[in-house]
Write a protein that binds this ligand. Sequence first.
Ligand SMILES: NC(=O)c1ccc[n+]([C@@H]2O[C@H](COP(=O)([O-])OP(=O)(O)OC[C@H]3O[C@@H](n4cnc5c(N)ncnc54)[C@H](OP(=O)(O)O)[C@@H]3O)[C@@H](O)[C@H]2O)c1
Length: 297
Amino acid sequence: MNDSTLRLGLLGFGEAGQRFAEDFVKAGLKNVIAYSRSAAAAGPNDPLRVHAAAIGVELAATPKELCKRANLIIAVTPGKAALPALRSVKRYLGKDHIYVDANTVSVKIIERAATLVEGRTTFVDAAIMSAVPLDGIKAPMLASGPEAARFRDLVAPYGMKVQIVGDKAGAASAMKLIRSVCMKGLAGLLLESLEAAQRCGVRDAVAADMAAFIDDRPFQQVIKRFVCGTAVHASRRIHEMDDALELLKSVGAPTRMTRATHAMFKELIAMGMPERYNGREPDSIEPVLTAIIEARK
Ligand SMILES: NC(=O)c1ccc[n+]([C@@H]2O[C@H](COP(=O)([O-])OP(=O)(O)OC[C@H]3O[C@@H](n4cnc5c(N)ncnc54)[C@H](OP(=O)(O)O)[C@@H]3O)[C@@H](O)[C@H]2O)c1
Protein backbone atom coordinates (compact mmCIF):
# COMPACT_ATOMS: atom_id res chain seq x y z
CA MET A 1 0.00 0.00 0.00
CA ASN A 2 1.97 3.00 -1.23
CA ASP A 3 -0.83 5.50 -0.80
CA SER A 4 -0.78 6.33 2.91
CA THR A 5 -4.26 7.91 2.83
CA LEU A 6 -6.65 5.48 4.43
CA ARG A 7 -9.59 4.53 2.23
CA LEU A 8 -11.61 2.01 4.19
CA GLY A 9 -13.72 -0.72 2.65
CA LEU A 10 -15.90 -2.99 4.75
CA LEU A 11 -16.60 -6.35 3.21
CA GLY A 12 -19.80 -7.27 5.04
CA PHE A 13 -22.23 -4.66 6.26
CA GLY A 14 -23.99 -6.36 9.17
CA GLU A 15 -23.79 -5.65 12.88
CA ALA A 16 -20.01 -5.25 13.03
CA GLY A 17 -19.55 -3.67 9.59
CA GLN A 18 -22.22 -1.01 10.09
CA ARG A 19 -20.95 0.00 13.52
CA PHE A 20 -17.29 0.08 12.48
CA ALA A 21 -18.21 2.16 9.42
CA GLU A 22 -20.25 4.59 11.51
CA ASP A 23 -17.51 5.00 14.11
CA PHE A 24 -14.77 5.56 11.50
CA VAL A 25 -16.87 8.30 9.92
CA LYS A 26 -17.56 9.84 13.33
CA ALA A 27 -13.82 9.74 14.03
CA GLY A 28 -13.23 11.86 10.93
CA LEU A 29 -12.51 9.36 8.16
CA LYS A 30 -14.03 10.57 4.92
CA ASN A 31 -13.52 7.57 2.68
CA VAL A 32 -15.67 4.75 3.99
CA ILE A 33 -17.34 2.34 1.61
CA ALA A 34 -19.04 -0.97 2.29
CA TYR A 35 -20.15 -3.98 0.30
CA SER A 36 -22.51 -6.81 1.08
CA ARG A 37 -24.79 -8.63 -1.33
CA SER A 38 -27.95 -7.29 0.32
CA ALA A 39 -26.53 -3.76 0.55
CA ALA A 40 -25.60 -3.82 -3.13
CA ALA A 41 -29.09 -5.01 -4.06
CA ALA A 42 -30.86 -2.49 -1.81
CA GLY A 43 -33.12 0.02 -3.57
CA PRO A 44 -33.10 3.77 -2.80
CA ASN A 45 -35.66 3.44 0.01
CA ASP A 46 -34.31 0.22 1.46
CA PRO A 47 -33.61 0.73 5.22
CA LEU A 48 -30.03 -0.51 4.72
CA ARG A 49 -29.32 2.12 2.07
CA VAL A 50 -31.10 4.81 4.09
CA HIS A 51 -29.03 3.86 7.16
CA ALA A 52 -25.77 3.87 5.16
CA ALA A 53 -26.56 7.37 3.88
CA ALA A 54 -27.48 8.56 7.37
CA ILE A 55 -24.12 7.46 8.80
CA GLY A 56 -22.14 8.81 5.82
CA VAL A 57 -21.12 5.48 4.30
CA GLU A 58 -21.18 4.75 0.59
CA LEU A 59 -22.31 1.36 -0.67
CA ALA A 60 -20.32 -0.35 -3.40
CA ALA A 61 -22.29 -2.00 -6.17
CA THR A 62 -19.78 -4.83 -6.63
CA PRO A 63 -16.72 -6.36 -4.92
CA LYS A 64 -14.70 -4.84 -7.76
CA GLU A 65 -15.89 -1.32 -6.90
CA LEU A 66 -15.11 -1.90 -3.22
CA CYS A 67 -11.52 -2.86 -4.04
CA LYS A 68 -11.12 -0.06 -6.55
CA ARG A 69 -12.14 2.59 -4.04
CA ALA A 70 -10.63 1.19 -0.83
CA ASN A 71 -7.05 0.36 0.07
CA LEU A 72 -7.80 -1.21 3.47
CA ILE A 73 -10.45 -3.94 3.33
CA ILE A 74 -11.79 -5.23 6.65
CA ALA A 75 -13.82 -8.41 6.17
CA VAL A 76 -16.65 -8.77 8.67
CA THR A 77 -18.80 -11.55 7.26
CA PRO A 78 -20.06 -14.65 9.06
CA GLY A 79 -17.20 -17.11 9.59
CA LYS A 80 -18.58 -19.54 7.03
CA ALA A 81 -18.47 -16.79 4.39
CA ALA A 82 -14.81 -15.91 5.04
CA LEU A 83 -13.37 -17.84 2.10
CA PRO A 84 -16.23 -17.14 -0.37
CA ALA A 85 -16.04 -13.43 0.48
CA LEU A 86 -12.26 -13.40 -0.03
CA ARG A 87 -12.63 -15.30 -3.31
CA SER A 88 -15.15 -12.69 -4.50
CA VAL A 89 -12.58 -9.89 -4.12
CA LYS A 90 -9.33 -11.79 -4.68
CA ARG A 91 -8.82 -10.88 -8.32
CA TYR A 92 -9.25 -7.16 -7.53
CA LEU A 93 -6.71 -7.10 -4.70
CA GLY A 94 -3.16 -5.97 -5.37
CA LYS A 95 -0.01 -4.68 -3.73
CA ASP A 96 -1.76 -1.45 -2.78
CA HIS A 97 -4.29 -3.23 -0.57
CA ILE A 98 -4.25 -4.54 2.96
CA TYR A 99 -6.88 -7.26 3.47
CA VAL A 100 -7.85 -7.77 7.12
CA ASP A 101 -9.84 -10.91 7.85
CA ALA A 102 -11.69 -10.03 11.07
CA ASN A 103 -14.14 -12.91 10.82
CA THR A 104 -14.35 -15.45 13.63
CA VAL A 105 -12.94 -18.55 11.96
CA SER A 106 -10.70 -21.52 12.62
CA VAL A 107 -6.95 -21.22 12.30
CA LYS A 108 -7.10 -23.62 9.33
CA ILE A 109 -9.46 -21.30 7.44
CA ILE A 110 -7.30 -18.25 8.19
CA GLU A 111 -4.23 -20.10 6.93
CA ARG A 112 -6.09 -21.09 3.77
CA ALA A 113 -7.21 -17.49 3.30
CA ALA A 114 -3.65 -16.21 3.72
CA THR A 115 -2.38 -18.76 1.21
CA LEU A 116 -5.11 -17.81 -1.26
CA VAL A 117 -3.75 -14.27 -1.62
CA GLU A 118 -0.07 -14.93 -0.91
CA GLY A 119 2.15 -12.88 -3.20
CA ARG A 120 -0.85 -10.87 -4.39
CA THR A 121 -1.72 -8.64 -1.45
CA THR A 122 -1.03 -8.01 2.24
CA PHE A 123 -3.10 -10.31 4.44
CA VAL A 124 -3.76 -9.69 8.14
CA ASP A 125 -5.47 -12.10 10.53
CA ALA A 126 -7.58 -10.17 13.04
CA ALA A 127 -9.84 -11.14 15.92
CA ILE A 128 -12.48 -8.87 17.44
CA MET A 129 -12.36 -9.46 21.19
CA SER A 130 -15.59 -7.88 22.43
CA ALA A 131 -19.11 -7.06 21.32
CA VAL A 132 -19.11 -4.47 18.54
CA PRO A 133 -22.58 -3.08 19.41
CA LEU A 134 -21.21 -2.29 22.88
CA ASP A 135 -17.69 -1.05 22.11
CA GLY A 136 -17.84 -0.08 18.43
CA ILE A 137 -14.49 0.91 16.97
CA LYS A 138 -12.94 0.62 20.45
CA ALA A 139 -13.60 -3.13 20.59
CA PRO A 140 -10.12 -4.54 21.31
CA MET A 141 -8.63 -6.33 18.30
CA LEU A 142 -5.81 -8.82 18.02
CA ALA A 143 -3.87 -8.99 14.79
CA SER A 144 -1.16 -11.17 13.34
CA GLY A 145 0.70 -11.49 10.08
CA PRO A 146 3.96 -10.13 8.70
CA GLU A 147 2.47 -6.67 8.15
CA ALA A 148 -0.11 -6.50 10.92
CA ALA A 149 1.61 -3.41 12.34
CA ARG A 150 0.75 -1.46 9.18
CA PHE A 151 -2.92 -2.19 9.78
CA ARG A 152 -2.58 -1.14 13.44
CA ASP A 153 -0.86 2.12 12.50
CA LEU A 154 -3.43 2.97 9.83
CA VAL A 155 -6.47 2.60 12.10
CA ALA A 156 -4.99 3.83 15.39
CA PRO A 157 -5.61 7.54 14.63
CA TYR A 158 -9.34 6.76 14.46
CA GLY A 159 -9.44 5.00 17.83
CA MET A 160 -9.30 1.34 16.79
CA LYS A 161 -7.10 -0.53 19.27
CA VAL A 162 -5.11 -3.30 17.61
CA GLN A 163 -2.69 -5.46 19.56
CA ILE A 164 -0.14 -7.40 17.51
CA VAL A 165 0.20 -10.99 18.71
CA GLY A 166 2.46 -12.58 16.11
CA ASP A 167 3.93 -12.34 12.65
CA LYS A 168 2.03 -15.34 11.25
CA ALA A 169 -1.57 -15.28 10.08
CA GLY A 170 -3.46 -17.60 12.42
CA ALA A 171 -1.94 -16.41 15.70
CA ALA A 172 -4.69 -13.86 16.37
CA SER A 173 -7.49 -16.31 15.57
CA ALA A 174 -5.79 -19.00 17.67
CA MET A 175 -5.52 -16.65 20.62
CA LYS A 176 -9.20 -15.76 20.40
CA LEU A 177 -10.20 -19.45 20.30
CA ILE A 178 -7.87 -20.35 23.17
CA ARG A 179 -9.31 -17.55 25.25
CA SER A 180 -12.79 -18.84 24.42
CA VAL A 181 -11.87 -22.20 26.00
CA CYS A 182 -11.66 -20.36 29.32
CA MET A 183 -14.36 -17.72 28.85
CA LYS A 184 -17.01 -20.06 27.47
CA GLY A 185 -15.98 -22.82 29.91
CA LEU A 186 -16.21 -20.37 32.80
CA ALA A 187 -19.75 -19.56 31.71
CA GLY A 188 -20.57 -23.28 31.76
CA LEU A 189 -19.09 -23.66 35.26
CA LEU A 190 -21.05 -20.66 36.51
CA LEU A 191 -24.25 -22.10 35.07
CA GLU A 192 -23.68 -25.51 36.64
CA SER A 193 -22.66 -24.10 39.99
CA LEU A 194 -25.43 -21.50 40.19
CA GLU A 195 -28.15 -23.91 39.07
CA ALA A 196 -27.18 -26.17 41.98
CA ALA A 197 -27.04 -23.13 44.27
CA GLN A 198 -30.54 -22.07 43.24
CA ARG A 199 -31.84 -25.58 43.77
CA CYS A 200 -30.34 -25.42 47.31
CA GLY A 201 -31.72 -21.91 47.97
CA VAL A 202 -28.27 -20.29 48.25
CA ARG A 203 -27.88 -18.78 44.74
CA ASP A 204 -27.28 -15.14 45.69
CA ALA A 205 -24.97 -16.00 48.57
CA VAL A 206 -22.86 -18.28 46.36
CA ALA A 207 -22.74 -15.67 43.56
CA ALA A 208 -21.72 -12.95 46.04
CA ASP A 209 -19.05 -15.17 47.57
CA MET A 210 -17.54 -16.00 44.16
CA ALA A 211 -17.66 -12.34 43.13
CA ALA A 212 -15.90 -11.29 46.34
CA PHE A 213 -13.12 -13.83 45.73
CA ILE A 214 -12.50 -12.53 42.21
CA ASP A 215 -12.93 -8.84 43.13
CA ASP A 216 -10.46 -9.03 46.01
CA ARG A 217 -7.34 -9.67 43.93
CA PRO A 218 -5.87 -9.02 40.49
CA PHE A 219 -6.92 -11.74 38.05
CA GLN A 220 -3.26 -12.58 37.31
CA GLN A 221 -3.05 -13.80 40.92
CA VAL A 222 -6.17 -15.89 40.40
CA ILE A 223 -4.62 -17.49 37.31
CA LYS A 224 -1.45 -18.39 39.22
CA ARG A 225 -3.35 -19.73 42.22
CA PHE A 226 -5.75 -21.78 40.10
CA VAL A 227 -3.09 -23.28 37.81
CA CYS A 228 -0.43 -23.97 40.45
CA GLY A 229 -2.83 -24.91 43.24
CA THR A 230 -4.70 -27.36 41.04
CA ALA A 231 -1.55 -29.31 40.19
CA VAL A 232 -0.13 -29.27 43.72
CA HIS A 233 -3.33 -30.06 45.61
CA ALA A 234 -5.00 -32.40 43.13
CA SER A 235 -5.13 -35.35 45.57
CA ARG A 236 -6.95 -33.32 48.19
CA ARG A 237 -9.28 -31.56 45.80
CA ILE A 238 -10.45 -34.68 44.02
CA HIS A 239 -12.20 -35.73 47.24
CA GLU A 240 -13.95 -32.36 47.37
CA MET A 241 -15.17 -33.01 43.82
CA ASP A 242 -16.44 -36.48 44.88
CA ASP A 243 -18.53 -34.76 47.56
CA ALA A 244 -19.65 -32.02 45.18
CA LEU A 245 -20.78 -34.62 42.62
CA GLU A 246 -22.78 -36.44 45.29
CA LEU A 247 -24.45 -33.18 46.29
CA LEU A 248 -25.28 -32.17 42.70
CA LYS A 249 -26.83 -35.57 42.02
CA SER A 250 -28.87 -35.42 45.24
CA VAL A 251 -30.50 -32.11 44.22
CA GLY A 252 -31.02 -33.18 40.58
CA ALA A 253 -28.49 -30.69 39.22
CA PRO A 254 -26.39 -31.43 36.11
CA THR A 255 -22.83 -32.66 36.70
CA ARG A 256 -21.18 -32.35 33.26
CA MET A 257 -18.63 -29.66 34.15
CA THR A 258 -17.91 -31.08 37.60
CA ARG A 259 -17.24 -34.52 36.11
CA ALA A 260 -14.72 -32.89 33.79
CA THR A 261 -13.03 -31.21 36.76
CA HIS A 262 -12.93 -34.56 38.56
CA ALA A 263 -11.38 -36.20 35.50
CA MET A 264 -8.78 -33.43 35.29
CA PHE A 265 -7.72 -33.96 38.93
CA LYS A 266 -7.51 -37.70 38.29
CA GLU A 267 -5.21 -37.09 35.34
CA LEU A 268 -2.95 -34.71 37.29
CA ILE A 269 -2.64 -37.30 40.06
CA ALA A 270 -1.76 -39.99 37.50
CA MET A 271 0.94 -37.64 36.17
CA GLY A 272 2.41 -37.44 39.66
CA MET A 273 1.90 -33.69 40.03
CA PRO A 274 1.11 -33.60 43.78
CA GLU A 275 4.27 -35.64 44.61
CA ARG A 276 6.34 -33.55 42.25
CA TYR A 277 5.55 -30.37 44.14
CA ASN A 278 5.10 -31.91 47.59
CA GLY A 279 2.61 -29.29 48.78
CA ARG A 280 4.68 -26.27 47.65
CA GLU A 281 3.24 -24.14 44.88
CA PRO A 282 5.78 -22.96 42.28
CA ASP A 283 6.24 -19.22 41.76
CA SER A 284 4.82 -19.18 38.26
CA ILE A 285 2.54 -21.18 35.99
CA GLU A 286 5.30 -21.98 33.49
CA PRO A 287 6.91 -24.98 35.27
CA VAL A 288 3.50 -26.51 35.96
CA LEU A 289 2.42 -26.26 32.33
CA THR A 290 5.80 -27.52 31.12
CA ALA A 291 5.59 -30.53 33.48
CA ILE A 292 2.09 -31.34 32.25
CA ILE A 293 3.14 -31.11 28.59
CA GLU A 294 6.18 -33.33 29.35
CA ALA A 295 4.00 -35.86 31.15
CA ARG A 296 1.79 -36.22 28.07
CA LYS A 297 4.70 -37.27 25.85
N1 LIG B 1 -20.96 -8.39 15.94
C1 LIG B 1 -20.05 -8.52 16.90
O1 LIG B 1 -20.16 -7.95 18.00
C2 LIG B 1 -18.84 -9.37 16.66
C3 LIG B 1 -17.90 -9.54 17.70
C4 LIG B 1 -16.79 -10.33 17.47
C5 LIG B 1 -16.59 -10.92 16.23
N2 LIG B 1 -17.52 -10.74 15.24
C6 LIG B 1 -17.30 -11.41 13.94
O2 LIG B 1 -17.45 -10.48 12.87
C7 LIG B 1 -18.06 -11.11 11.75
C8 LIG B 1 -19.30 -10.34 11.33
O3 LIG B 1 -20.22 -10.34 12.41
P1 LIG B 1 -21.60 -9.56 12.32
O4 LIG B 1 -22.19 -9.62 13.68
O5 LIG B 1 -21.42 -8.26 11.66
O6 LIG B 1 -22.43 -10.53 11.34
P2 LIG B 1 -23.79 -10.17 10.57
O7 LIG B 1 -24.55 -9.12 11.29
O8 LIG B 1 -24.43 -11.48 10.30
O9 LIG B 1 -23.30 -9.52 9.18
C9 LIG B 1 -22.60 -10.26 8.23
C10 LIG B 1 -22.48 -9.44 6.97
O10 LIG B 1 -21.71 -10.18 6.03
C11 LIG B 1 -22.38 -10.10 4.75
N3 LIG B 1 -21.94 -11.24 3.93
C12 LIG B 1 -22.22 -12.56 4.06
N4 LIG B 1 -21.61 -13.26 3.09
C13 LIG B 1 -20.93 -12.35 2.32
C14 LIG B 1 -20.11 -12.45 1.17
N5 LIG B 1 -19.85 -13.64 0.60
N6 LIG B 1 -19.58 -11.32 0.67
C15 LIG B 1 -19.83 -10.12 1.23
N7 LIG B 1 -20.60 -9.95 2.34
C16 LIG B 1 -21.14 -11.07 2.86
C17 LIG B 1 -23.84 -10.11 5.12
O11 LIG B 1 -24.67 -9.57 4.11
P3 LIG B 1 -25.15 -10.41 2.85
O12 LIG B 1 -25.48 -11.80 3.35
O13 LIG B 1 -26.33 -9.66 2.35
O14 LIG B 1 -24.04 -10.40 1.88
C18 LIG B 1 -23.82 -9.13 6.30
O15 LIG B 1 -23.79 -7.81 5.85
C19 LIG B 1 -18.36 -12.57 12.18
O16 LIG B 1 -17.36 -13.42 11.72
C20 LIG B 1 -18.38 -12.47 13.70
O17 LIG B 1 -18.04 -13.69 14.33
C21 LIG B 1 -18.63 -9.98 15.42
